[in-house]
Design a protein around this ligand. Structure first.
Ligand SMILES: [Zn+2]
Length: 218
């Protein structure tokens, strides 16, 4: 099974990708993880990526697609994969298409997770973290005992600057602008499934499993 998960920050697609990978015995490929792993292992592409990151620049598409290609070449990916957070743009999707073509395989499905803007803002803006021990909490879903202090070390919890409402709204705007053409691209290829991502994790997982069951390879 070869699938791509699309969705704005905060829709919960990473959590679902972990569960789907376990359920269908495929690998989860998240570009964030792949990037960190390559940098840690100091592979040629990892070193190249690091030189951009050290300058505070975005890692270019050519490097990211190279990392994804290396990952797809690993024996563990033979049974299939779920791509989480990649592609983000039409050019990336076209590059991914070329890589898959060279391996003589196709994508089975692209799932677009839909959660309302207000729900996303509620999910992300409620996050709090401990500046001392890095423990994370959520005002509504996982509050600390006192609400304001870390359960583990007692430090006063803080909100990351990119979890503030204005920053989230900006991230969502950028996401929409970038991915609207991508959604059309996969829709034109009849690969797209829209999925309601607003319910409980278990409910979303159940619906998602049903969508993907026809593509099961083991
Ligand atoms: Zn703490």
């Amino acid at each position: 099974m070869r699938v791509v998960f699309l969705g704005a920050p905060g829709v919960g697609k990473g959590t679902q990708a972990d569960r789907i990978a376990a359920q269908f015995k495929i690998v989860k490929i998240s570009t964030g993880d792949v990037l960190r792993e390559a940098v840690r292992n100091q592979t040629p592409l990892g070193r190249e990526a690091k030189s951009f990151m050290d300058q505070g620049k975005l890692v270019p598409d050519s490097v990211v697609i190279g990392l994804v290609r290396d990952k797809l070449d690993e024996p563990g990916s033979a049974n299939g994969f779920v791509l989480d957070g990649f592609p983000r743009t039409v050019p990336q999707a076209e590059e991914l298409g070329k890589v898959l073509e060279s391996k003589r395989v196709n994508l089975d499905r692209v799932v677009n997770f839909q959660v309302s803007r207000e729900d996303i803002i509620k999910r992300l803006s409620g996050r709090r973290s401990c500046p001392k021990c890095q423990a994370t909490f959520h005002l509504d879903f996982a509050p600390s005992k006192t609400g304001s202090a870390c359960d583990r070390c007692g430090e006063v919890l803080v909100q990351r600057s990119d979890d503030r409402r204005e920053a989230i709204e900006m991230r969502l705007k950028v996401y929409d602008e970038q991915t609207a053409p991508l959604i059309r691209y996969y829709s034109d290829q009849q690969l797209l499934t829209e999925l309601d991502g607003s319910g409980a994790v278990a409910t979303v997982f159940q619906n998602l499993s049903q969508v993907l069951e026809p593509y099961r390879t083991t």
